[in-house]
Design a protein around this ligand. Structure first.
Ligand SMILES: Nc1nc2c(c(=O)[nH]1)N[C@H]1C(S)=C(S)[C@@H](COP(=O)(O)OP(=O)(O)OC[C@H]3O[C@@H](n4cnc5c(=O)[nH]c(N)nc54)[C@H](O)[C@@H]3O)O[C@H]1N2
Ligand SMILES: Nc1nc2c(c(=O)[nH]1)N[C@H]1C(S)=C(S)[C@@H](COP(=O)(O)OP(=O)(O)OC[C@H]3O[C@@H](n4cnc5c(=O)[nH]c(N)nc54)[C@H](O)[C@@H]3O)O[C@H]1N2
Ligand SMILES: [Mo]
Length: 691
């Protein structure tokens, strides 16, 4: 028997982007481990990816191209050859493109985060075609835009520093489920005497293990940050020297923060005045003692109307108290802009040849698939090519998404590992390779290492990498630019811009051998200011926001749907619903892996005992969750983990694994955030009753 160890990278949409070691015995991958030498992975994997071989060798893997023989959504397919599949797709796309290429829409997200298998060859293909652009907003753009207004770029505290912090605010994130390698550092900090405070409407697994949990109402974090500023300023818990040298607009901010008394803040957030005061004092006094205070924000807090503003406001806090002076202080939402990705080399925008196709927002795919041609919208969508995403399960207001994909006149191609809820609507379903079967190169959004993914095994069945599928389609379409013939290795070698000092060490061949390489970045990014904003400062007052039609100062934007902001709606639908990630799923990936699904059991709804009692709901009873957009059924868990007025349905279930064939996105809305045109998954009112 020959045994080899292959260096790989976790492809999933998670801040941790782990370095993997894959054991291969006689051509079969038998084990996936975390690389013990990679500092952030530290030899540990989450429950999901430690079972990656179960996913790759799953009996339900798609192994051949197929064409639909049943009704759309029914999921009945028949095996065809690659030639037939590619010829069918090319013929249809040629016919549409000859009339109107913008009637073709790519739909993709982060099924794989690999820079090669996500938007390289695919991006080139759609650029050459002149297809509609897709605005990839479904996760992080609200917070990303808010963060950038304040700090200039998505750069933050290095993950490898958090264990040295004396206070960590875990704000809108549940890292035990969604970023376990950050949580390992936070626990180390706790052992060294740090205090951990969770700010989350729900007592998540993480909130349960922190010293303190502040259960704000969903969508009110911007107000809490303003209240903290008020107290920091009133009690002079400030770093005046840092403010003077490295910030813009402190005097204006002072006036604004004065409006946010602890009483007003507490009322808005649905918490006690003491909680506002206590949080601000803990933060300000720890910093004043010269000790590092760190904030780990996560995207959970920005899936609401004012999500961009909330992130912006929180991003102002470290500069007020001088937390950036310490490598272990500051804030991290994302580190993605630390990476000098060469998107031009990957996607070749010159293939557009001067055209600027219209842009469709992936978060409003429900409405947009149902739209007729119009001067504002442009042509009706006639073809959708889905890869690295499962929109029928994950996109908001799912009843409309499903109706859109059910259109008889829509031509749908899905590249997938499995027959997902979206795959059920495909005209042509193509088998894609998993991370063990293809080459890739990775950046990360929670740490600062570039990683290589070497293929460990041969593709299963007739599966092909996304790149190869688009390469073959390009040839069928007659696209003869040389970039369509590049190999995956050639593409990977162009992923980072080596003229940028941060990626100066990047060399694909050596990265493949070593597996990972840290970017050339400083330990404390803003210790001496140098924010990548137009002013070079942390912008409390932001001219760009004014130009974009926003309040240039931190403010509070209430939820679209809440008891306080919409009492009329709340009289019918009085409960706020959030649907954050379940620990054993990764968005909708892994839901079909038996052992992981069995651990989650079935779709649940956590509801507070008071809210259950008034509705006669008992623990373990089946409940119906509904609003004007739709409804779904789940098993009630009566628990005070959900604060009164809040219900929580951990997600994202495949609809076909739920008893009623529906999931939480039946009731979520397509209304967008204040910034970044992102969805408002956690800005939803519902009513709940016994089935
Ligand atoms: N196991 C697992 N890991 C994942 C994922 C997964 O599905 N499963 N998804 C991955 C993806 S795509 C992402 S984007 C990341 C991050 O994904 P996030 O959406 O940040 O998810 P979580 O880290 O679970 O944290 C969300 C937390 O925010 C809370 N929350 C909801 N609304 C509010 C609010 O208004 N204010 C505040 N303060 N908190 C709120 C929720 O109760 C939850 O505990 O995780 C990634 N990691
Ligand atoms: N209600 C609710 N809805 C949500 C969220 C929520 O918290 N609540 N979270 C939102 C967030 S943060 C996100 S990021 C989105 C995530 O939404 P998506 O990015 O759509 O994520 P997944 O559901 O994991 O689907 C990814 C699919 O890509 C496939 N895939 C993986 N690798 C490859 C590959 O190499 N090739 C091909 N062709 N396919 C591949 C997987 O099999 C999987 O089916 O969902 C959003 N939806
Ligand atoms: Mo996400």
């Amino acid at each position: 028997m020959t045994t080899t160890i292959v260096r790989a990278a976790c492809p999933h949409d998670c801040p941790d982007t782990c370095a993997l070691l894959v054991t291969v015995e006689d051509g079969v991958a038998t084990q996936v481990r975390g690389d013990p030498e990679h500092p952030t992975t530290a030899g540990a994997l989450c429950t999901k990816v430690s079972r990656y071989t179960e996913r790759t060798y799953h009996p339900d893997r798609l192994l051949h191209p197929m064409k639909r023989i049943g009704k759309k959504g029914e999921g009945k397919f028949e095996r065809i050859s690659w030639d037939e599949a590619l010829d069918t797709i090319a013929a249809r796309l040629k016919e549409i493109a000859a009339r109107e290429p913008q009637a073709i829409l790519p739909y993709s997200y982060a099924g794989t985060m690999g820079l090669v298998q996500s938007e390289s060859m695919a991006g080139r293909f759609f650029n050459k075609l002149g297809a509609s652009f897709l605005d990839r907003t479904i996760c992080a753009t609200a917070g990303g835009v808010g963060y950038k207004y304040t700090l200039g770029a998505r750069i933050g505290t290095d993950l490898e520093q958090f264990q040295n912090a004396k206070l960590i605010l875990i704000w809108g994130g549940n890292p035990i489920a969604s970023s376990v390698h950050f949580w390992m550092r936070a626990q180390e900090a706790k052992r060294r005497g740090a205090k951990l405070i969770a700010i989350d409407p729900y007592r998540s697994l993480t909130a349960e293990k922190c010293h303190q949990h502040i259960a704000v109402l969903p969508g009110t974090d911007a107000a809490l940050a303003l209240g903290m500023m008020h107290v920091l300023i009133a009690e002079d818990l400030l770093d005046h020297d840092y403010i003077a040298r490295h910030t813009l607009g402190f005097d204006e901010l002072k006036k604004r923060a004065a409006e946010w008394t602890p009483e007003r803040t507490a009322r808005t957030c649905g918490i006690a005045v003491e909680e506002v005061l206590g949080l601000a004092r803990e933060y300000g006094q720890t910093a004043k003692r010269g000790e590092p205070v760190a904030i780990r924000m996560n995207y959970g807090l920005q899936r609401v109307h004012g999500g961009g503003m909330a992130v912006r406001n929180i991003a102002c806090l470290p500069a007020l108290v001088g937390a950036w002076r310490h490598a272990a202080g500051g804030v991290q939402l994302s580190t993605s802009d630390s990476f000098p990705k060469d998107n031009r080399a990957l996607q070749r925008p010159e293939l557009l040849a001067g055209r600027t196709p219209r842009t469709i927002n992936m978060s409003t795919i429900g409405d947009d698939l149902l739209r007729e041609a119009s001067p504002e919208f442009g042509p009706k969508v006639e073809a959708v090519i889905v890869y690295d995403s499962n929109p029928v399960a994950v996109a908001p207001e799912s009843p409309k998404v499903a109706r859109g994909f059910a259109r008889e006149d829509l031509f749908t191609v899905v590249l997938e590992h499995f027959q997902t809820d979206t795959a059920d609507y495909a005209d042509i379903l193509l088998p894609a390779t998993t991370q063990l079967e293809h080459t890739d190169v990775h950046s990360a959004y929670g740490h600062v290492y570039m990683l290589a993914n070497n293929p460990a095994i041969a593709p299963l069945g007739e599966a092909k990498p996304n790149t190869e599928i688009f390469r073959l389609l390009a040839a069928r379409m007659g696209f003869d630019d040389p970039c369509f013939r590049e190999t995956d290795d050639e593409i990977a070698a162009q992923a980072f811009d080596r003229s940028n000092e941060r990626a100066i060490h990047f060399d694909w061949e050596s990265l493949k051998r070593k597996g990972w390489q840290k970017l050339n970045v400083s330990e404390a990014p803003f210790a001496d200011g140098g924010f990548p904003t137009p002013s070079g400062k942390c912008e409390f007052y932001c001219e760009r926001m004014l130009a974009d039609g926003l309040d240039p100062l931190p403010t509070y934007i209430p939820p679209h749907e809440s008891v306080a902001s919409n009492p009329t709606l709340a009289s019918r639908y009085p409960l706020a619903m959030i649907s954050p990630p379940a620990r054993n799923f990764l968005n909708s990936s892994f839901v079909n892996v038996r052992s992981l699904r069995d651990t989650e059991g079935e779709p649940h709804l956590d509801i507070h005992p008071d809210d259950a009692k008034t509705r006669g709901i008992e623990d373990g009873g089946m409940v119906h969750i509904f609003n004007d957009r739709g409804s779904f059924v789940a098993k009630a868990r009566v628990t005070d983990k959900a604060r009164p007025g809040l219900v929580v349905g951990l997600s994202i279930w495949w609809k076909k694994f739920a008893g009623d064939g529906k999931n939480a996105n039946e009731v979520t809305s397509q209304r967008l955030t204040d910034m970044g045109n992102a969805p408002t998954f956690y800005d939803v009112l519902v009513q709940v009753e016994n089935v």
